[in-house]
Design a protein around this ligand. Sequence first.
Ligand code: ADP
Ligand code: ADP
Length: 224
Amino acid sequence: TPTLELEHVTKVYKGGTRAVDAVSLRLGAGLLGLLGPNGAGKSSLMRIAATVTRPTSGKILFNGTDVVSRPNALREVLGYLPQDFGVYPHLSAREFLSYLAAVKGLSARSARRRIEELLELVNLTEAGRRPLGKYSGGMLRRVGIAQALLADPKVLIVDEPTAGLDPEERVRFRTMLSDLAEDRVVLLSTHIVSDIESVASDIAIVARGRLLRRGAPEELLREV
Ligand code: ADP
Ligand code: ADP
C-alpha cells in the first residue's frame, strides 16, 4: 500500500509568513482529514504535499522516495484538486477532461471510457456537453473532482473540496471519497467538521502552521 510522509515540513513565504511550521505526518491508505481555520496553513501544506510548492525545509517521501528532488515519482500517481482550480470557460466538461487526459498521456480510447465513468460518478453525464462557463460553483467543484481522478491516482489531495456543494452533493461526495480511500492515500483539507467526521479514518488539526493533534475522529472531535 502507498505511503506519503511529510517530515518536519516548514514553509516561510517571501514576506516572512511562516505558513507551515515543522509539520510531520505519515499517511497510508485511508482518508486523513486536515482540519483547521482559515489561514492555518492547510492550502500551503496541500500544495507542498502535491509538489506544487517547494517547502523551505523538510522532506516529502512517497514510498520512501524523496519527491522534493524527484517530483515525478509522486506526480505520476497523484490526483490534486487545488482550492483555486480553474477551467477554460468555453470548453464543455467532456472537452476539458479530454484535453487533460491527453496532457496526462492517456490513450484516446481509455480516456473516453474513463471520462464517461467519471462524469457519471460526479453526476454530470447530462451537463457534460455544456460549456463550463455556464456551470454553477458546485458543478465546477465536481469537474475538479473528476479531473483529479482521471489517471486513477494512488494519492488524492483535495483542498476544501466541498466548498460550494449543496447538502446532497456533499453526502454523495463523502461516500465517493470513503470508497476511494479503501486502497488509496486521500488527504482532504477543510474547516468544516461535518465534512470529515463520518469519513476520515484519521484527523489532523492544524492552527498557525502547526500540527496540534492527530488521532481518530471519535477521540479528537469530542474536544472541538
Ligand atoms: P513561493 O515562495 O511558493 O514561490 P511566493 O511568495 O513567490 O511563493 O508567492 C507565490 C504567489 O502567491 C505570488 O504570486 C504571490 O503574489 C501570491 N500570494 C502572495 N501572498 C499570498 C497570500 N497571502 N495568499 C495567497 N497567495 C498569495
Ligand atoms: P489555509 O488554507 O488554512 O487558509 P493558507 O496556507 O492559505 O491557509 O495560508 C496560511 C498563511 O500563509 C496565511 O497567512 C496566508 O496569507 C499565507 N500565504 C498563503 N499563500 C501564500 C503565498 N503564496 N505567499 C505569501 N503568503 C501566503
